[in-house]
Structures are given as structure tokens and as C-alpha cells.
Design a protein around this ligand. Structure first.
Ligand code: ADP
Ligand code: NA
Length: 321
């Protein structure tokens, strides 16, 4: 068995986001279009998760693929700042780091310009450093379907290796990009200990419209703990002990829910590492997400563990726990 140097390794996308705001629909009628601010931030589900889990106090690594370019080096710099182990990042000089240029109108309508040949699309199982992966206690597959080449078959190979090392496996998902279906990932799901889809994505994939039915279908695929995120209602959990709803933090004004799901997963994983029971894991996840949605950006809200602990204390008092 490989020595456990890390608590968690996050596998998935590390990209650069460039949000442009505000723009109007007539952007092409104007020669030089002024916006209030153009900033570059790191993004991608694995990058977001690794950042938050590290800030919550755990030794975190990332497994991803980037190009040998300015965006790639920006990602490495951000990892260094947040004390994320980057030995599992594959730098492939043949590909460009994925960048996501977001155009957002004054009333919140958005469209994204992405590179169809970027690292997100090119990441495949050959980029996955299995030795690095095995150094962690938990493997977080940041989002099923986000890197299309990490398909159901690739995930089965990765998860089998992780399970040989006794790792706990968690996974989130996004909407399929290439029309993949539940059947394509059914076998992979049977290795997953904690699965965090949000209701809309899971409803589309399972063809069910009630959260109880959605969770049941996923549980029947062999997921040990199904945790369906239900937005401002919190999350719905099903495992072999039964089902429960863990309500969201009260009195939260959500100003930006981008990355809420990544923060939720990060909080949940951190709570598992603290040895909390499943309900407390759900509460910790909701509290982490609640801090996040009160700030613009995926990794701007949660700056340290104290912010989540403060939200947690308020949660317990609000619900009389
Ligand atoms: P995703 O970001 O993946 O679409 P959701 O929108 O369901 O997922 O949100 C993720 C989590 O963020 C929820 O499970 C909840 O804990 C938290 N959350 C979202 N909106 C609110 C809100 N208005 N108040 C409190 N918590 C919220
Ligand atoms: Na998500």
C-alpha cells in the first residue's frame, strides 16, 4: 500500500475563467467595448474543490491536465498560494489550457466562449497519475461528464485502482456534453461512496421528476450514499439506513450560486474527513455552500475554516440543535 501523504485528491478540470461584465447584446455594434472590470480567475471543478478543501484544513492534491502556457502557469501559481499539491498535474505542451470567457449582461443573462480543443476536452486516462492518486485517503472525481474523455470505462478503471488502495470515492456530475446516459456510467457509479448531483442534472439523467425517485434510481446503481443537492432547500440523502432531508442554512441572500455545488462537495468531504455522521456531513456541506453563495465567484467566499465554523454555529442555533 502507498503511504498516505494526502487527505484528498481532486481529479478533474483546472481552467481559467475570464468574466466580462456587464455587456449588452449589441456588443458587436461597438468598436471598443468598455466593461467595468476584466479579471482572470482560476476555475474548473477540481480546482475549485481542491482550493476549498485545502482552506478547510486538509492536505489536498489535484490531478488534472494543463498546457505549458500562461493560463497553465497561472493555475500552478494559484495552487501554490492555496498549498495544493500539484505533482499530479500533467503539463502537456501539445494542448492549450482551457479558458472560459463569460459574457454576462446587466440582468444576469450569460453566455460562455470556450476552446473546443482545450485541456478540458483533451484530458484522458493517460494524464491520470495513479501513483499520486493512491497517496490520498479520498478520491474526489470532481464532475462526471466534465472531461468527456474520462468516460464510463475510464472511470471504472480509475475507481478500481482507488478501491484496491482502500480509498473512499466521491463524485459530482454535470449535464452530459455528448449525450451520454445513465447506462454509460452505471458501472462506475457502483464504486462511488458519496455522489453529489444536483436535482436538475440527476432528474434529467434518471428521467424521474421527484427527488425520492431520482435518489432511489442512483442508490439502485450501487452508490452507497446518494446526496442530491436541492438548492435553497438543502440536500436529500439516501443510504442503506434510509432517507433524510438536511435543510439549507437559513437567512442566506444568495448573490452568486456559481460554484455552490463545488463548495458543497468540498464541505461534505471535509466533514467525512472529520469523522462526522452523514447528517452532520450534510449540514457542514450546506454551511460551506451557504458561505460561498453570498460572494461573487466560486472560491472567493470560503477563505478559511473559521468562516464555515461560524456558519455552522449559527445553523445549529437556528435549528435548535
Ligand atoms: P449546484 O450549484 O450544483 O447547482 P445547488 O444550486 O443545488 O447546486 O446548490 C448547492 C448548495 O448550495 C445547496 O445544496 C445548498 O446547500 C446551497 N444553497 C444554494 N442556494 C442557497 C440559498 N439560497 N440559501 C442557502 N443555501 C443555498
Ligand atoms: Na455542480
Amino acid at each position: 500500500k502507498v503511504e498516505k501523504k494526502l487527505d484528498v485528491v481532486c481529479l478533474g478540470a483546472a481552467i481559467v475563467d475570464i468574466p466580462l461584465q456587464p455587456v449588452s447584446r449589441d456588443i458587436f455594434d461597438i468598436e471598443s467595448y468598455p466593461v467595468d472590470r476584466i479579471a482572470m480567475t482560476v476555475g474548473g471543478d477540481a480546482m475549485n474543490e481542491a482550493t476549498i478543501i485545502s482552506r478547510l484544513g486538509f492536505k489536498t492534491g489535484i490531478i488534472s491536465c494543463i498546457g505549458d502556457d500562461a493560463a497553465g502557469h497561472f493555475i500552478l501559481g494559484s495552487c501554490a498560494k492555496d498549498h495544493i499539491d500539484t505533482e499530479g498535474i500533467c503539463i502537456d505542451e501539445k494542448i492549450d489550457t482551457s479558458m472560459n470567457v463569460g459574457l454576462v449582461t446587466g440582468d444576469g443573462e450569460r453566455t460562455f466562449v470556450t476552446n473546443r480543443n482545450g485541456s478540458l476536452w483533451k484530458t484522458c486516462i493517460d494524464h491520470v497519475d495513479f501513483n499520486k492518486m493512491k497517496q490520498a485517503r479520498i478520491l474526489s472525481l470532481a464532475s462526471i461528464f466534465n472531461n468527456p474523455l474520462l468516460d464510463g470505462n475510464a472511470l471504472v478503471k480509475i475507481f478500481k485502482e482507488a478501491k484496491k488502495e482502500g480509498m473512499i470515492i466521491s463524485a459530482d456530475m454535470i449535464k452530459p456534453r455528448l449525450g451520454e446516459t445513465l447506462d454509460d456510467i452505471k458501472e462506475a457509479l457502483s464504486y462511488v461512496d458519496y455522489f453529489f448531483p444536483n436535482f436538475d442534472e440527476a432528474s434529467l439523467m434518471t428521467g424521474k421528476d421527484k427527488v425520492e425517485d431520482v435518489a432511489q434510481v442512483l442508490f439502485d446503481c450501487g452508490v452507497k450514499n446518494v446526496i442530491v443537492k436541492i438548492g435553497k432547500r438543502g440536500c436529500y440523502i439516501q443510504n442503506k439506513e434510509g432517507t433524510m432531508i438536511v435543510p439549507a442554512a437559513k437567512g442566506i441572500t444568495a448573490i452568486d450560486t456559481i460554484g455552490a455545488g463545488d463548495n458543497f462537495a468540498s464541505g461534505f468531504i471535509s466533514a467525512v474527513l472529520q469523522g462526522k455522521d452523514i447528517r452532520e456531513c450534510g449540514i457542514y456541506a450546506n454551511c460551506t455552500a451557504a458561505v460561498s453563495v453570498q460572494h461573487v465567484g466560486a472560491t472567493t467566499g470560503v477563505k478559511n475554516k473559521e468562516m464555515v465554523e461560524e456558519m455552522l454555529a449559527k445553523y445549529h442555533s437556528d435549528y435548535g440543535l
